[in-house]
Design a protein around this ligand. Structure first.
Ligand code: ADP
Ligand code: MG
Length: 323
């Protein structure tokens, strides 16, 4: 069991950012509207994720750390979920196998909760404690018992970069959730969770950038698009500020990116790039099954139609702005 968990951990927990991702996804699944992430030394010293979600039933708390103890039943609706089924119920045991975990959780408003501490997969504490509703995960000394893995960790800045990239993408995909990210006590991200994508853009890129955004909205039989794209007088030297979100998930798709640029560049020089955040909704059947959500790459079943829809939408906003 221990060995199995350590092997599974190798697949699920690659680096501190993977721990952040798994814990934050659990917090989202638990219906949290506020999720605070605090890491020390790029997450190698500690990772703390605090949420105001459903909490874990005291009687289920220990079992949540056994393999395949998922409480989530796949409904078969969301393609992204189907694809990630392989990892269902493996995150907590995997993380606990290679670190020192403390969780404090309560699923009631009565202030009573449960505290569990696990070190390298061994249960150390399981007791009643006072706790607000929600869950507070603290993961310390990641890979302390797997030195081979620890050796592969890059600099603190690199590990922090992976964490903040993930948090930025998530905040852009979920403007309805209030996120904070802190590193060694410094706040790197703070969103309000009021559903306003522009506020998230301001939090990540600064208020000047947010002020330079034009609203973009378009709809046809298959697709609904909304988002923001920067005015022609506010462009960037690279495409790092281009975010695509499909059905609430941050994705990468080269063609979609090109479609945005084509629409933008019909009226503008081609060596500059917009800051852009696009939220696209479509029926899941229009997303190709050959996707790898772990790599964020997605294909679509009707790419030419989708790409010209996007290109047109971008060109329209730009034309309105210029004329
Ligand atoms: P999965 O997310 O695939 O179900 P995990 O190992 O990530 O598996 O989590 C195991 C279980 O622990 C979850 O199914 C859930 O019931 C519970 N859990 C984990 N984190 C939280 C949280 N932040 N809030 C509420 N429940 C949680
Ligand atoms: Mg999970």
């Amino acid at each position: 069991e221990h060995i199995a968990n350590q092997i599974a951990a190798g697949e699920v927990v690659e680096r501190p950012a993977s721990v952040v991702k798994e814990l934050v996804e659990n917090a989202i699944d638990a219906g949290s509207t506020r999720i605070d992430v605090a890491v020390e030394e790029g997450g190698l010293d500690s990772i703390r994720v605090t949420d105001n979600g459903s909490g874990i039933d005291p009687d289920d708390c220990e079992t949540a750390f056994y393999r395949h103890a998922t409480s989530k039943i796949a409904e078969g609706r969301d393609l992204f979920q189907i694809i990630s089924l392989g990892f269902r119920g493996e995150a907590l045991p995997s993380i606990a196998a290679v670190s020192k975990v403390r969780v404090v959780t309560s699923n009631e408003q009565d202030g009573r909760g449960r505290k569990i501490e696990i070190e390298g997969g061994n249960l150390r504490v399981n007791e009643e404690t006072a706790a607000p509703k929600g869950t507070d995960f603290l993961v310390r000394e990641l890979f302390y018992n797997t030195p081979a893995r620890l050796k592969y960790m890059k600099t603190i800045q690199t590990e922090l970069g992976h964490i903040s990239d993930y948090m930025y993408r998530l905040a852009l995909s979920r403007p309805d959730i209030a996120f904070t990210l802190r590193h060694n006590g410094n706040t790197l991200l703070q969103t309000l969770g009021n559903g306003d994508a522009l506020q998230v853009i301001a939090a990540i890129y600064g208020t000047q950038s947010a002020k330079a955004m034009m609203k973009i909205e378009a709809e046809n039989m298959d697709y609904t698009l909304q988002g923001y794209i920067s005015r022609p007088d506010f462009t960037r030297a690279n495409r790092n500020g281009m975010s695509l979100i499909v059905n609430g998930r941050y994705i990468r798709n080269y063609g979609l990116m090109q479609a945005v640029l084509k629409g933008y560049h019909t009226l503008l020089p081609i060596n500059r790039y917009p800051l852009v955040v696009l939220q696209l909704s479509m029926h899941p059947s229009l997303i190709d099954v050959n996707v790898h959500p772990s790599k964020l790459e997605v294909r679509f079943s009707k790419e030419p139609e989708l790409f010209s829809f996007i290109e047109e939408a971008v060109r329209n906003v730009l034309r309105q702005e210029i004329l």
